[in-house]
Design a protein around this ligand. Structure first.
Ligand code: A2P
Length: 413
């Protein structure tokens, strides 16, 4: 007599729609394209996910790290997940279920062999060893915190297309501890085309841990008013327009903080190489200001900044940046549309400053941060590879060390 076949169990990977901030990091990270989304949710396809975990460390909220034991034949489909407002409750498995759950396709030896190896993620999944411990997810979609606008002004030339604002939010007596490199979510008021409340939009902090104004419970954001999509077609950015139009004393619903890896080192004389474009300057401003407040102590190391913008007048914070002491920060501006000047990107300047970049990279106290346009990521990695190759050094070995030691971080969009 044949024994009945055991019911196969799947450890199904799910994303918590109540915590997810729809930042797209998981979809970009997944090496096998198992993650997809619609206007409601980010979801994992159970037929593709191999449980490789590549998406878990980069997720700023932890919403990605949800698993349910299900009978494989009854796994939640992509369609099911797209309709969810919350995760389903855990259910018990039938008695005849196979005790050893298989994470998606990796359970099938043949299928696993056919899977592409997980792609190497460019940045580190861990913070630098000396980073301070961050608080994350103190406030969620269900329990946001109210902040008051105490400042909102433009930080780019009034005659330019780039309408970028510096917005200061105050939390009063309510706890909202943050670190440089972290981000927060803003819940814009109103509903989307389907009548659902808007999802949160994520913004990096532009201020250091002790406040935009030192000693105050406030923080700042750098927000570009979105009037076009990436292809240049007219588009109205729901949250960016809401934020850029806020007046003093208006209130804003905030969630977060988020981020546990893109954090600055906290030990004396650590060096920072900061590479950014446009509003990607926010975390660099936060780290620079944190360091500036330590001038006069023997805490700070070397700071080297590569900052890309169309023109000087479209470079956020140009005036205050240029006032910083030259022996405190080595500033390299890459301007792409300045009249009478050749087009330059940050990666061009990294090549031009190869000697200094190599010197800093040779020091284990150096951390690199890259924030801004997605397209910059490949360009910056290529430039760093070339800089090392020129000196006969193997970038792939250093790249691996930088990732392992939490010394190379990307935040691109
Ligand atoms: P470009 O003039 O070619 O658009 P933005 O103002 O759109 O936020 O862009 C900030 C800066 O980043 C601009 O100077 C822009 O140049 C530049 N940029 C665009 N694409 C890349 C890329 N792939 N790598 C580096 N910089 C880029």
């Amino acid at each position: 007599m044949n024994a009945p076949l055991p019911v196969e169990v799947l450890k199904q990977h799910l994303i918590d729609p109540e915590i997810c901030i729809r930042c797209n990091t998981c979809e970009e990270t997944c090496p096998v394209d198992a993650i997809t989304h619609d206007s409601n949710n980010y979801v994992v396809d159970p037929d593709i996910c191999n449980g490789c975990m590549a998406c878990v460390p980069p997720c700023p909220t932890g919403s990605i790290d949800n698993w349910r034991l299900v009978v494989r034949a009854q796994a939640y489909s992509v369609q099911d997940q797209l309709g969810w407002e919350e995760l389903p409750k855990e259910t018990s498995l039938p008695a005849d279920a196979d005790a050893a759950p298989a994470p998606a396709q990796a359970a099938d030896a043949q299928a696993a062999a056919a899977m592409p190896a997980p792609a190497m993620v460019a940045g580190a999944a861990v913070p630098p060893w000396s980073a301070a411990h961050p608080y994350v997810n103190l406030y969620t979609h269900k329990t946001p915190i109210t902040a008051t606008v105490v400042g909102n002004y433009r930080v780019t030339g009034a005659d330019t297309e780039s309408d970028i604002h510096h917005i200061v939010l105050d939390f009063g007596e309510q706890p909202f501890p943050v670190l440089e490199g972290q981000s927060i979510g803003i819940l814009p008021p109103g509903t989307d085309a389907q009548g659902r409340p808007h999802h949160a939009r994520q913004y990096s902090l532009a201020s250091p841990r002790d406040g935009e104004r030192a000693g105050y419970n406030n923080l700042s954001l750098t927000v570009k008013r979105v009037t076009q999509d990436h292809g240049g077609a007219a588009a109205h950015g729901v949250c960016s327009n809401y934020l850029c139009d806020l007046a003093r004393n208006d209130t804003v619903q905030v969630i977060g903080p988020f981020g546990h890896t893109f954090l600055m080192p906290n030990h004396p004389r650590a060096n920072l190489i900061m590479i950014c474009t446009g509003t990607g300057s926010a975390p660099m401003r936060a780290m620079t200001e944190r360091s500036r407040r330590l001038i006069g102590t023997n805490e700070i190391g070397k700071l080297m900044l590569f900052f890309g913008a169309r023109t000087e007048r479209e470079l956020p914070y140009f005036g205050p940046l240029m006032k910083l002491p030259r022996d405190f920060i080595d500033i390299n501006l890459a301007l792409s549309r300045e009249a009478g000047q050749p087009k330059r990107y940050v990666q061009d300047l990294i090549r031009e400053r190869a000697g200094q970049v190599r010197e800093l990279l040779a020091d284990r106290n150096t951390c690199i941060y890259v924030c801004g346009l997605k397209g910059m990521e490949v360009g910056v990695l290529d430039a760093l590879r070339e800089v090392m190759m020129q000196a006969g050094e193997d970038w792939s070995i250093l790249h691996d060390v930088l990732r392992r030691e939490g010394r190379l971080h990307f935040e691109t969009y």
